[in-house]
Design a protein around this ligand. Structure first.
Ligand SMILES: *[C@@H]1O[C@H](CO)[C@@H](O)[C@H](O)[C@H]1NC(C)=O
Ligand SMILES: *[C@@H]1O[C@H](CO)[C@@H](O)[C@H](O)[C@H]1NC(C)=O
Length: 391
C-alpha cells in the first residue's frame, strides 16, 4: 500500500505503453515484439505474486492469527471516507460487500464518493440496508443486535467539489461585490467556509480515506475536506480484502500522525484556538522541547514538515528533516526571503537583518546544492521555500 498521492490518471499510465506497442507492431521487429511480450509476462507474474501475498496476509488477519488486530481503537476513526473509481462503483454488490465489512468492523460514520456521482445516485440502496437515518425510531421489532449495523452516511459527488466552490464564490461576489456601496472585504478561507456552509456543503473532514481504484490520486474528492486526512490507496475494489482494511485501520490508529514541537507551550497556546476551531486538536501531539532533541525517529514516514526555527538554526535541521519525510514528501522552510534583505546589496541591509540574511543565504546554498531535493521559493508572506524529496 502506497500512501503517496501523485496526480497521475489512468489515461497517462496507459497511453505511453500503448504508443510504444503500436510503434513496435508497425516496425515488425520480431526481437522487439518478443521483448515486449516477455516484459509483459514478467510484470504479470510480479503482479500475481503481489496479489497472492496480499491474499495470504489478509487470510492471516481475517482468521485472527495476528493478535494485534483483535482490538481496534475505532475512536480515532470517527469518520471514514471511501473513494471508489466510478466504473467500479456501478457494481453495487461490491460496494455493499465493502459496507458489510465496515459495519462488522464497527465503523459508524462513512462518507462515500466517486467522480461521477454513481454512489450518490444509488444512495437509497445503501441507506436502506445499513443506514440509521431512515429507520423509524419507534420500530420496536428491531432486535438490539441490528443496531450494531446502523451507519450514518454522507454521499459526496462532483457537485460538492469544484461546482460547490464556484457557487460559493458566486454567493460571496453577490453579497459583497455586486453592490457598489457595500464594504469589500479581502476574502480569506473563513469566508469561503462560511459560504460553503450556507450552501450546505460542509461536514467534518474524514479521519481516514480509503481509495479504491487504479489511479494513485484522490479522484477529485473535494480538496478542502482532506486537509488533515490520511489517505491510503487500496487497489481496485474487485480485489478488496477484509484483512487489509483491518491492517490499514490498525496502522492508522497506532501511528502518531501529527507533531507540533516548540520550545514553550505559551506559543502553542496562541495557535490552539484556531486548531480547536478547525476541529483537529485531537490529531496533534504537542511536544514542549527544543525541536532538534525531540524530532521523531521514524525516518521516511512523514508526508510534510514545516520548518520555522529561526534563521540561524534552519541549516541544522535540513539533514534530519529531509530524512524524516517520505520520497515525494514536502519540506517547507519559512522566512526564506527575510524581508527582502537576501536580494539587497550587503551595505544596504538594515543592521537587525544582517545576521539572519547571511544564514538564509547559506541555507539557500545548501538547499540548491542538495541533489536529493527539488526546490521552489515562493514569494508569499516573508518567503517560503518548498522542497520535494526526490529519493
Ligand atoms: C538561491 O540559490 C539560487 C541558486 O544559487 C539562486 O539562483 C537564488 O537567487 C538564491 N535565492 C536566495 C533567496 O538566496
Ligand atoms: C528538479 O529540478 C531540476 C531543475 O531545477 C530539473 O531539471 C529536474 O527535472 C527536476 N527533477 C524532477 C524530478 O522534477
Amino acid at each position: 500500500m502506497d500512501h503517496s498521492c501523485r496526480g497521475v490518471t489512468t489515461m497517462d499510465l496507459l497511453d505511453q505503453p500503448r504508443k510504444v506497442f503500436v510503434n513496435v507492431l508497425k516496425s515488425g521487429n520480431i526481437v522487439l515484439l518478443l521483448l515486449w511480450h516477455i516484459l509483459h509476462l514478467v510484470l504479470s507474474i510480479l503482479y500475481l505474486l503481489r496479489e497472492i501475498f496480499r491474499a495470504f496476509q489478509s487470510y492471516l488477519i481475517t482468521n485472527g492469527y495476528v493478535k494485534a488486530y483483535d482490538d481496534l481503537n475505532l475512536d480515532r476513526v470517527k469518520y471514514l471516507g471511501i473513494v471508489v473509481d466510478s466504473d467500479e462503483a456501478r457494481k453495487t454488490s461490491n460496494v455493499i460487500e465493502l459496507l458489510e465489512w465496515l459495519s462488522v468492523i464497527g465503523v459508524k460514520k462513512v462518507c462515500l464518493y466517486d467522480r461521477e456521482g454513481v454512489l450518490k445516485k444509488s444512495k437509497d440502496i445503501f441507506i436502506e440496508r445499513f443506514g440509521s437515518a431512515h429507520l423509524p425510531s419507534e420500530d420496536s421489532k428491531n432486535p438490539p443486535l441490528l443496531s450494531k449495523k446502523q451507519m450514518e452516511f454522507e454521499f459526496v459527488s462532483p457537485i460538492d467539489g469544484k461546482e460547490a466552490v464556484a457557487k460559493a464564490a458566486n454567493l460571496l461576489f453577490k453579497k459583497y461585490y455586486a453592490d457598489e456601496d457595500s464594504e469589500k472585504p479581502f476574502f480569506t478561507e473563513t469566508y469561503l467556509t462560511k459560504a460553503l456552509k450556507t450552501l450546505g456543503h460542509v461536514e467534518s473532514d474524514p479521519d481516514l480515506l480509503l481509495i479504491y481504484g487504479l489511479a494513485r490520486c484522490h479522484l477529485g474528492f473535494p480538496a478542502w475536506r482532506i486537509r488533515y486526512t490520511e489517505m491510503v490507496h487500496m487497489g481496485p475494489l474487485k480485489h478488496k480484502k477484509y484483512g487489509l482494511i483491518l491492517k490499514v485501520i490498525h496502522r492508522f490508529t497506532k501511528v502518531k500522525q501529527n507533531y507540533a514541537i516548540y520550545m514553550d507551550r505559551e506559543a502553542y497556546e496562541i495557535g490552539r484556538p484556531v486548531i480547536q476551531k478547525a476541529g483537529v486538536e485531537h490529531k496533534i501531539d504537542f511536544i514542549e522541547s527544543h525541536a532538534l532533541h525531540a524530532l521523531p525517529k521514524n525516518e521516511g514516514s512523514f508526508d510534510y514538515a514545516f520548518v520555522d526555527v529561526g534563521k540561524i538554526n534552519s541549516i541544522n535541521y535540513h539533514e534530519r528533516i529531509t530524512k524524516l519525510v517520505k520520497v515525494n514528501g514536502i519540506v517547507v522552510y519559512d522566512n526564506t526571503l527575510w524581508f527582502g534583505s537576501v536580494a539587497q546589496p550587503e551595505e544596504m541591509v538594515l543592521k537587525e537583518f544582517k545576521e539572519g540574511r547571511v544564514s538564509i543565504i547559506e541555507i539557500n546554498k545548501s538547499l540548491t546544492a542538495d541533489p536529493r531535493i527539488n526546490i521552489s521559493t515562493v514569494p508569499v508572506g516573508d518567503g517560503i521555500t518548498i522542497c520535494r524529496r526526490l529519493y
